[in-house]
Design a protein around this ligand. Structure first.
Ligand code: TXA
Ligand code: MG
Length: 349
């Protein structure tokens, strides 16, 4: 049985946090909210505990985990050769939605790093995450708390759907704020390279440290090249329906999507449409959902995974989605959307 406890971050119940921490210290699994998505936590320094994460998620064992910490002294215990640029970035963006990759120290088991000599480290800002990490011993491996291949969870209910009966506890801290996973920056190469776009953007990192490379397999549909973050090669975040992303001028999207949707409906299929506040009124049929407003793309990031899960619940066969501008958080949105679509893009120009 999975125990679900509700915690208010403004009035944290210490004995509940302690209970979560005790489970982690004994090698068990606890899901908890972070500012990005819900994480599925285990003691990162305990190889058997880390192995349980792979089993609960159905995750391939070569896909490494991120180690979550709450202060800089903890970084020294698990990472070697931390360059000055990383300290500068940490000063600005930790705690926050950023993961950095370093050479690992021996204390970090290969079961946590998927056999790699490097370790991914993140210092989250969410108060509940920080309390749980500290109570659990200070080094908590936490992938997104979804079944491997499903959209990442942004509420405790999403976690329950995927993990009920598979883990000891879910800490319900309400919906998360950002809604897409952290930016991953590889600090073991020169210049540092973005392996996964997130809320800490390429622009912000450039402004801070100058040159930053981007793993270009991320946003292009070039599927011949293997991404450098092992997890990015899997068709992730996927809804059950077939998803296509429509690219072209915003004012033409609804017209084209209406045409595509009508054709599928004529064949007897159930169709879902991902629109925005600005465009939803232009759709004439189908299960239409607004994902947020183009005026503030953070609203789109925060609803993206929930919308994909809602379409799973509705049992639609095809989903047609509008595309969004890249740049800023838009790069993360398009990266996740294109991955969910298996890079199925329809270009209308
Ligand atoms: O926002 C987040 O980062 C969330 C929350 C829970 O903190 N966690 C998360 O973890 O997204 P996960 O496991 O779903 O994604 C981790 C990604 C995978 O794509 C993995 O391949 C990559 O990080 N990764 C981890 N360690 C790595 C390493 N040493 N080298 C390259 N990529 C690594
Ligand atoms: Mg994940």
């Amino acid at each position: 049985e999975t125990k679900i406890i509700k915690i208010d971050k403004k009035q944290m119940n210490k004995s509940m946090i302690q209970e979560a921490g005790d489970i982690l210290k004994k090698g068990g699994l606890v899901a908890f909210p972070t500012e990005t998505v819900y994480g599925l936590g285990a003691d990162a320094l305990n190889e058997e505990a880390a192995a349980k994460i792979y089993a609960a998620k159905g995750r391939p064992s070569d896909n490494p985990l991120i180690v979550h910490i709450t202060h800089m002294e903890a970084l020294d215990k698990i990472a070697r050769d931390v360059p000055p640029a990383a300290v500068k970035i940490a000063d600005r963006h930790w705690p926050g939605p950023l993961t950095m990759i370093f050479q690992k120290k021996d204390i970090v088991p290969y079961g946590t790093t998927g056999g790699l000599e490097t370790v991914a480290v993140r210092m989250p800002s969410h108060e509940i995450a920080r309390e749980v990490i500290n109570a659990g011993g200070g080094f908590i491996a936490a992938p997104s708390a979804n079944t491997s291949g499903r959209p990442s969870p942004t509420t405790a209910q999403h976690v329950e759907e995927d993990m009920d009966g598979r883990i000891e506890m879910i800490v319900d801290g309400g919906p998360v704020e950002i809604g897409v996973e952290s930016t991953i920056l590889d600090m073991t190469v020169e210049p540092p390279m973005i392996l996964r776009p997130g809320a800490v953007t390429e622009e912000m990192l450039r402004e801070l440290i100058g040159e930053v490379a981007v793993d270009h397999t991320l946003i292009t549909s070039d599927s011949n090249k293997a991404p450098k973050a092992p997890g990015m090669k899997y068709r992730h975040y996927a809804p059950a329906a077939e998803l296509a992303v429509i690219e072209g001028p915003v004012e033409k999207l609804a017209e084209e999507i209406n045409r595509l949707a009508a054709a599928r409906q004529a064949e007897g299929y159930k169709v879902g449409i991902i629109g925005t506040e600005e465009t939803v009124s232009g759709y004439t049929s189908g299960d239409v959902k607004s994902i947020g407003t183009r005026e503030d793309e953070s609203t789109i990031a925060s609803r993206l995974y929930a919308v994909l899960r809602e379409f799973d619940d509705d049992g639609v066969d095809y989903i047609y989605s509008e595309s969004f501008a890249t740049g800023g958080i838009g790069s993360a949105i398009m990266n996740r959307l294109l991955k969910a679509a298996g890079h199925h893009v329809i270009n209308i120009q």
